[in-house]
Design a protein. Structure first.
Length: 256
């Protein structure tokens, strides 16, 4: 009986101690929780992205031009940037490069302003490659916020599609630097262009029975499965289902 009482006493003491610890630590725990929530609410990630991210327009055939912007969001103290992009040169060529407005907010002149509105660049239309760069000149602070780094006007040279990739690896990757020369980490979002008819799976500039055979073979599949065909995934949701069939049926019989 005495041992049972001893156990009860020990349990009561432990519960009392636990209660005291909770009372003492509650303000500390609350403070930590509030700080974590505050940090989570205010933190943000710098992103470099193509805007608009998707240019899907069947009227943009050979000879047409369109413009995309390479933008930055949620950046602090941006002083110098370099953007490396690639695309399918059989579909697109670069026809013009236009400085963005973001670094132009600086108190000092920028490199593109010093060069009369010309962005420092190395563009190779034969390879489908472009390297663009700009910097603030002088000892001033960088720019915070969101805005456009550079605008790129493309000339459409053929029928088809291509990704507009922001390259983050290699010898000359896309890079952001602050006013101290430090690297700014970022996420990126690539772009995409297509002037194809939705449903033209075999790329012969019409949507016909040949395309229907290819669509039917891919129906019911998802990314990673043997018969999945991204050209049949007309709504770009990583599977070929009834939603894609509705799009295909609406375009059946069309041609350019």
């Amino acid at each position: 009986m005495g041992s049972v009482n001893n156990v009860k006493v020990k349990l009561l003491l432990l519960l009392s101690l636990l209660g005291i610890l909770l009372v003492i630590s509650a303000p500390v725990v609350t403070s930590i929780f509030v700080n974590l929530m505050s940090s989570s609410a205010t933190s943000s990630t710098t992103t470099v992205f193509v805007d608009p991210s998707n240019v899907i327009n069947k009227t943009l055939q050979a000879g047409s031009k369109f413009t995309v912007h390479v933008n930055v969001s949620d950046v602090n103290d941006l002083f110098t940037w370099q953007v490396n992009m690639s695309w399918d040169s059989s579909i697109l060529n670069v026809s013009r490069i236009i400085p963005g407005e973001f670094l132009a907010r600086a108190d000092n002149q920028t490199s593109s302003e010093a060069l009369g509105g010309v962005v420092i660049n190395s563009t190779d239309n034969a390879q489908g490659y472009g390297l663009f760069a700009e910097s603030i000149l002088g000892d001033v602070a960088g720019i915070n916020g969101n805005g456009s780094l550079v605008s790129i006007e493309f000339l459409v040279v053929d029928y088809g599609w291509t990704d507009l990739n922001i390259t983050v690896s290699g010898t000359l990757p896309t890079m952001l630097l602050d006013s101290e020369g430090g690297t700014i980490t970022y996420n990126k979002t690539d772009g995409y262009f297509s002037n194809k008819l939705l449903g033209d799976i075999d790329d012969d500039v019409d949507v016909d029975f040949d395309d229907f055979i290819l669509f039917a073979a891919s129906y019911g599949t998802s990314v990673g499965e043997p018969f999945y065909n991204p050209e049949a995934d007309l709504d770009n949701d990583d599977d070929v289902d009834f939603d894609d069939f509705i799009i295909f049926a609406a375009n059946y019989g069309t041609s350019i």
